[in-house]
Write a protein that binds this ligand. Sequence first.
Ligand SMILES: [Zn+2]
Ligand SMILES: [Zn+2]
Length: 162
Amino acid sequence: MKYKKRDINGRTVSEHRFLMEQHLGRSLHPDEQVHHINGNKLDNRIENLVVVAARDHGLYHHPPTLPVEKNCVVCGRLFRPHKTKRRRQQTCDWKCRNVLIAQRKRRLGEDQLADIFLRRKSGEPLSSLAREFGVSKTYVSWLYRHGPSRNKRMSDRLLAKA
Ligand SMILES: [Zn+2]
Ligand SMILES: [Zn+2]
């Protein structure tokens, strides 16, 4: 669908951009675009127009939808994540979840686990630890909550050593 055009002093401009500039009393910045709230590109009433950042404009037209079904990262089975966990849930059930956690733990040595734990404890941000050790922030916070080893005695030993 085409936008309405207007002739301003011999220049052809998009009417919705022109009207927004009039409304704001300034020119639009290069990274500002004007979106039609109701989706009708011919409806240039000012209440139907909103300035959006160019990089976000696509989101107004194609809002990301969270998947209703996913493939379990462990067993590959198609599953339906809990409706509040559509973004985060990676595994189909608790068995696969435990396998995933064990896989992540195995990738890191016990000294590294203790290291992450202690540095998190001393206030290092989740994001930098996650980046350095190549794991997710979720994993770092999980590790911190649960201790560096499932085995309490092992945990104490690791922490004493570190
Ligand atoms: Zn738009
Ligand atoms: Zn599974």
